[in-house]
Design a protein around this ligand. Structure first.
Ligand SMILES: C[S@@+](CC[C@H](N)C(=O)[O-])C[C@H]1O[C@@H](n2cnc3c(N)ncnc32)[C@H](O)[C@@H]1O
Length: 489
């Protein structure tokens, strides 16, 4: 996915929406012209005690009868917070922790409090694990008690994909970094501790080259400038590296010299692309792409298979944990070699091809054209003969399968953060697969969709949380649902 927030991830896909975050009714006290809350802002310092955490890892406190959310505050902690009130809009920020939790640590990242990418670095590993376990436990409480979360030994440097945004600071110097949470303000940074270190090194080289190559960073407000973002994908298993320069115009002055210099500085880059994004959008990647050198894709190894990955295709960002996640999903599918498996929202065919080794046949469906092309190539590359891939909306595809009276023994589904839809879920109910394995990076929408399936004849037999995104509030979960006996539906 080319969006800033996903599986992962890190930035909101939409423009900031602080009202929504604070659970206050939209536009209740806002000036319609500039979007800012109406009225004079009052600021007070208040002493509060944190009673728990939101699903985004923020501390919950009570102030003047209102429930407020305070980033970086932990349960049981007493703290001073700055409360800003304008009309009915109330915001609280941590000023000082008076009584710290025994689980509080000093965040190792120097940008942590300014950047929005990580939300849990102030918690030790046990507290992070407990938070994620409790989040999934609470969401799955109507169905089953989840298994203990699968954690990761080395919880930094794990991301195989990074994107850095470029701009100019007030002194008109080039800066590159991540956006501050809920804003489009770039926090200049040289190293993000959850990125692959090599990716950050390459980005720093590119930043240093901008001046000599007379390349201007893009300015979102004026629409002037050239370089918007740099996307780096690292094949952790293969060592292959893809760099994508996301630019605002197809005219790349000094391209040959730039490419030559970058290759000289980083011979480990295996392919370089230019992606043209000239729209006023929060999406990182545009539609047009040009390969500047190499094959335009990287290949990585996962679960013993080789996968080719395009710039715009989704690929799980933490391969160590992905192997655990996929292993669990395949175990839950209980394949014997005979089954027809539908792998919905299949991306580049990772789960499909791993499942194909134990299934009769696999049908993969995916919306992104590039990902489907990758999946077909991956199937050939791995000598898989019993998998077919289709491009389209998974819901529509399932509706058609149900209308044609086709059969599926197992449905594996791994939708984006927003979850699945009624067209898809109602068709699953019509197709009546014996098992549904639901993989999700958002257990909130997963629980919502599971409720539909449970109402319509399925029973939850297991839920396995996996920590795919250490240091952030995100958590992955895989659930096994089985069709109840006809008499028990
Ligand atoms: C979370 S990813 C999972 C991909 C794959 N299962 C994996 O593990 O790599 C979700 C995928 O769903 C795709 N997608 C999003 N909306 C879709 C839709 N309506 N129908 C089919 N695929 C969709 C995205 O392009 C993305 O590849």
């Amino acid at each position: 996915m080319n969006k800033r927030k996903h599986k992962g991830h890190r930035k909101s896909e939409k423009k900031p929406n602080r009202l929504k975050k604070q659970n206050i009714k939209p536009n209740s006290s806002r000036n319609q012209a500039d979007g800012k809350p109406k009225g004079k802002q009052k600021t007070v310092t208040a002493e509060v005690t944190c009673s728990g955490l939101t699903n985004e890892g923020k501390g919950i406190v009570e102030w003047e009868g209102k429930r407020l959310e305070v980033a970086h505050l932990m349960p049981g902690e007493k703290a001073e917070v700055i409360v800003s009130k304008r009309g009915r809009y109330v915001n609280a920020e941590l000023k000082r922790v008076i009584k710290p939790s025994k689980d509080r640590i000093t965040p190792p990242c120097e940008y942590y409090y300014a950047c929005g990418g990580c939300q849990l670095q102030h918690m030790n590993e046990q507290a992070q694990t407990r938070f994620k376990q409790e989040t999934v436990d609470a969401l799955m409480e109507p169905f089953i008690k989840p298994e203990a979360i699968l954690t990761m030994d080395d919880s930094y440097d794990y991301r195989n994909k990074s994107h850095t945004t470029f701009g100019l600071n007030k002194e008109r110097q080039v800066i590159g970094g991540l956006y501050a949470q809920n804003t489009h303000q770039i926090i200049p940074m040289e190293r993000c501790l959850i990125h692959d270190p090599k990716a950050d090194e390459i980005v720093q080289t590119i930043k240093g080259m901008l001046k000599s190559s007379k390349m201007q960073p893009y300015n979102e407000d004026t629409g002037q400038g050239f370089l918007r973002h740099v996307l780096v994908k690292v094949g952790k298993g293969s060592g292959e590296i893809m760099v994508v320069l996301v630019v605002a115009s197809p005219v790349f002055k000094g391209k040959n010299n730039f490419v030559k210099a970058l290759r000289k500085a980083h011979p480990e880059i295996t392919t370089l692309l230019m992606n043209i994004n000239n729209r006023d959008t929060s999406m990182i990647l545009g539609d047009q792409e040009k390969v500047l050198f190499g094959k335009g894709t990287i290949t990585d190894t996962l679960c013993g298979l080789k996968f080719e990955i395009s710039a715009k295709s989704f690929y799980q960002i933490n391969p160590v944990q992905t192997e655990k996640l996929y292993g669990k999903a395949i175990e839950m599918a209980e394949l014997t070699g005979k089954e027809t498996v539908v792998d919905a929202y299949c991306g580049i065919g990772t789960i499909s091809l791993i499942a194909s080794r134990k299934a009769g046949k696999v049908i993969g469906v995916e919306l992104n054209k590039d990902a489907v092309r990758d999946a077909i190539r991956n199937s050939k590359r791995n000598g898989v003969k019993n998998a077919r891939f289709y491009q389209g909306d998974a819901g529509e595809f399932m509706v058609q399968m149900a209308a044609r009276g086709e059969k599926a023994d197992v449905v594996i589904m791994d939708p984006p953060r927003s979850g699945s839809d009624e067209a898809f879920l109602s068709s699953v109910v019509k197709l009546q697969p014996k098992r549904v394995v639901y993989v999700s990076c958002n257990p909130e929408t997963q629980a919502r969709d599971m409720k539909y399936l449970v109402k319509n004849g399925y029973k939850v037999e297991g839920v396995q949380p996996v920590d795919m995104f250490p240091q952030t509030h995100h958590v992955e979960a895989v659930a096994k649902l089985v069709l109840k006996e006809a008499g028990n539906r």
